[in-house]
Ligand binder design. Sequence first.
Ligand SMILES: NC(=O)c1ccc[n+]([C@@H]2O[C@H](COP(=O)([O-])OP(=O)(O)OC[C@H]3O[C@@H](n4cnc5c(N)ncnc54)[C@H](O)[C@@H]3O)[C@@H](O)[C@H]2O)c1
Length: 418
Amino acid sequence: MGGDVKDLGLAPKGKARIEWAAQWMPVLKLIRKRFISERPLEGVKVSACLHVTTETANLAITLRDGGADVVVCASNPLSTQDDVAASLIKDFNIPVFAIKGEDKDTYYSHIVAALDHQPQITMDDGADLVTMVLTKRQELIPGIIGGTEETTTGVIRLRSMAKEGVLKFPMVAVNDADTKHLFDNRYGTGQSTIDGILRSTNLLIAGSRIVVCGYGWCGRGVAMRARGLGAEVIVTEVNPTRGLEALMDGYRVMPMSEAAKIGDVFITVSGNKSVLGGEHFEVMKDGAIVCNSGHFNVEIDIPALEKMAHSKRRVREFVDEYTLRGGRKIYLLGEGRLINLAAAEGHPAAVMDMSFANQALSAEYLAKNAKNLEPNVFSVPEEIDRDVARLKLEAMGVAIDKLSREQEEYLASWSEGT
Ligand SMILES: NC(=O)c1ccc[n+]([C@@H]2O[C@H](COP(=O)([O-])OP(=O)(O)OC[C@H]3O[C@@H](n4cnc5c(N)ncnc54)[C@H](O)[C@@H]3O)[C@@H](O)[C@H]2O)c1
């Protein structure tokens, strides 16, 4: 069994945790049950470049049980759970190429290894796999029927590939399903980002001033949870509608140049680069903490921080102390990588249940329909999105009302109401 992981001896711990996550993933469990009997992915080669977590393990197992020949590699050098990676190989015969803390070269060599599998379906979280196919492994293009993308940043990259005409196969934007971003990005990132900050710092959130940079789906969740723990939350934005929404949601809104002077903790979730830069570090309070939960480690301008600092030391796991000229200290968490995955365990399984149900069903959709799709970015079909919500509600034991015939007719008619 191929793969490259830290230590296969960690497998028993990983297996127990994969099973623990499975019990919070009832929708994926139902899909797996159907996949076992229907085998909709029989013989389909899938390369999945995802955060190697307990939830991803359950997705990989579901795909395998649907007949797919799956390999997994990391979508971030710091998000791999080494015990899970070991267990996938040892207990589930799924090759994994991922080691927590791997350097850049190893990270990319693992993506290459996943592509050597010659996938027919790609699964990405950030579009690194597809980017590598389109730039360096073009010989694989004819064999690929399509792919899926998990996150906002990946979808943005794919849309720009489609616009420039470089995308060569259809991609399903799983992130854009309502049952993905409304829940995963908001409640998943919201809770787990705070979890990552707490695990790395043991900070008291109550009474601290937390600056959330970007009020998108993730930012809304982070702001909401920080406020719930008693923080005074400040939001920075570039989009006037989102800024207004944050204001009316009850947060202070101001430019980063102002927020930088007063914040205690800064959390970037903008999907953009250098939202925290040298001019901000210049005015931050002594002891300010900066971290990121956006996809790439470019939201905080770490090279600028490195340049401004005259010394740096690791004071706790995932906490680097930068001492600037004059003695002021700034703390960077998780090397500027997604803090919820670097220092905590990523999103809770119950929310990944919906994201990965969309992934599994989108893979099935591609296996059946990709030949009719042109090279472009597609939404998850609405029936799949609705079905995932319905199944999740059912699994949670919650019923909702149904439209009566009369109501259906009323909503469908333009002449009613007059
Ligand atoms: N940590 C995780 O597990 C996780 C999970 C899901 C998504 N993500 C990533 O988080 C990032 C945000 O995702 P999202 O779904 O919230 O995206 P989004 O597009 O809904 O929101 C991003 C927001 O940031 C704002 N923004 C852009 N540049 C800014 C700047 N310079 N200053 C302030 N605000 C700025 C935008 O106007 C937008 O409102 C993406 O990179 C995404 O891939 C991370």
